[in-house]
Design a protein. Structure first.
Length: 481
């Protein structure tokens, strides 16, 4: 058995790793059966695979004996002549602080610790001891929690190109047999039998019943996870392609990375399964803090997508969806503040929008040639009336602007409503202002991408023109000719 399992693990890793010398690998060792077998196997295979191993152990601070286990793991590493890094994390406090279950908090702490060790050791990979029974338990846990096919794909043998699970194809029984024949001892974690934890109830109560129906249920569930994982990878690729195809440019000056506009009729033309995946990918691209997004949140966006116009729904704490004409808008509710002076002449970068404003001073005689191209993101003012102390900022309550051709001023908010500017995009609007004269407060010259102020328009008395152009990409000034 030891030689057979060793050979099979060698074959698995040979498919995942480059030819020797492969590089440095961190081995996550808790001291339990699975990780102890993993350490032994990798130690035997380090020369054939060209690996430099580094052992890592995190004490979760949940049990009195955990300190002894950390020392035991360090001793196992020393006996094999391997470097070892141990750490301590008060998982219970972490769970309370972030309102997580103990299992979630432990997982977060463990991966953060392993990532730090890998960075310090300049390791390319992190080996984890998950095996086939763990996979079966994960599938069942996610099934009863309502996961879709992505969740039921469970654990991948290779994740993110660096987390490796070489034991995923082997049962706990096979690993126990290897440990016995190889003369390996390991630590027993009493919490693995605590039925207060859902995974333990699956392990000790649910799986034994399922095995009476099918003794090979662990292998069956593992095979299902593999098939779903392969199909999930394909559907994810198709969803990414579809998302790129239905994404459309936003109105000036919508901020990328905070708002996403989708072609609603085109998205509705896809199969419902692909629509769900496109929406989930779009939401996750906008926010990792509110994710992962569940079925009900995706269905809320689907509901908005199917409406003709005007429907606005909050999807999660910081995200909302709105249908506006042929556009489905997804975006964050809070805007990034903007308030900066405009260089005249020159280019003023607005990195919050990955864009900027270019200001040019031109003779009044150029206006006739410029006029046909004005509007939207390209406007002209009387340079002397506008002055050289202009600022770009977000609108404030009560801001008013006298639109070109009108005698009175109007609230910016009313102008946006009348223009049917989508509610979800209003937080990203910018205005151009100048200092007021006398007791007058700031004056608005331009609702960027929209209306301009009548008082500063080019007229018969204009001597110089201030041309402002909103450029949707920040241009490297050193590359302009």
């Amino acid at each position: 058995m030891p030689a057979d399992l060793l050979q099979r693990v060698h074959e698995v890793l040979s498919r995942w790793l480059p030819p020797p010398p492969a590089g440095t690998m961190v081995v996550a060792v808790s001291g339990g059966l699975d990780s102890t077998v993993l350490l032994d196997l990798l130690h035997r295979l380090q020369d054939p695979l060209g690996l430099a191993l580094h052992v890592a152990h995190l004490d979760h601070g949940l049990r009195p004996e955990s300190t002894d286990e950390a020392r035991w793991v360090a001793a196992q590493a020393a006996r094999r002549g391997l470097p070892c890094t141990t750490g301590v994390e008060e998982v219970r406090a972490l769970a309370r602080r972030h309102r997580l279950s103990l299992e979630q908090a432990a997982r977060q702490a463990r991966y953060a610790f392993l990532d730090r060790v890998a960075a310090e050791a300049a390791a390319s990979w992190i080996a984890l001891g998950h095996q086939a029974d763990d996979q079966a338990e994960t599938v069942l846990l996610r099934l009863v929690r309502g996961s879709g096919s992505s969740g039921l794909a469970a654990m991948a043998g290779v994740r993110d190109g660096r987390y490796l699970r070489p034991l995923l194809g082997f049962t706990r029984q096979e690993l126990a047999a290897y440990a016995e024949q190889a003369g390996l001892s390991h630590c027993e974690d009493p919490s693995n039998r605590d039925l207060r934890f859902a995974r333990n109830r699956i392990r000790h109560q649910v799986l034994p019943v399922l095995q009476t129906l099918n003794p090979a249920v662990v292998a069956v569930l593992g095979r299902a996870a593999t098939l779903l994982g392969d199909e999930d990878a394909l559907l994810t690729e198709l969803a990414c392609q579809a998302l790129a195809a239905v994404t459309v440019p936003g109105p000036v000056p919508a901020a990328p990375g905070r708002r996403l506009l989708l072609d609603a009729p085109r998205l509705l033309g896809y199969h419902l399964a692909l629509q769900r995946r496109v929406i989930r990918a779009a939401l996750e691209g906008l926010s990792t803090r509110e994710g992962p997004f569940d079925f009900s949140q995706v269905e809320r966006v689907l509901f908005v997508l199917r409406q003709s116009a005007g429907v606005y729904l909050t999807v999660a704490a910081g995200l909302a969806a709105q249908r506006s004409g042929d556009r489905l808008i997804l975006g964050r509710l809070a805007a990034v503040p903007v308030d900066r002076p405009v260089s005249i002449p020159g280019f003023t970068a607005v990195p919050e929008h990955e864009a900027g404003v270019r200001a040019s001073l031109l003779p009044a005689s150029d206006f006739a040639a410029l006029r046909p191209g004005l509007g939207g993101s390209r406007v002209a003012f009387d340079a002397d009336l506008a002055g050289d102390r202009l600022r770009l900022r977000r609108p404030r309550p009560g801001d008013r602007l006298q639109p070109l051709g009108m005698t009175g001023s109007r609230k910016v908010s009313d102008i946006l409503v009348d223009a049917k500017h989508p509610r979800l995009l209003r937080a990203e609007v910018l205005v151009l202002t100048r200092p007021g004269t006398g007791d007058q407060e700031e004056e608005l010259l331009w609702l960027v991408g929209g209306r301009v102020a009548h008082r500063f328009a080019v007229g018969p008395e204009t001597r110089r023109i201030l041309l402002l152009e909103w450029e949707p990409k920040i241009v490297d000034e050193g590359r302009r000719s």
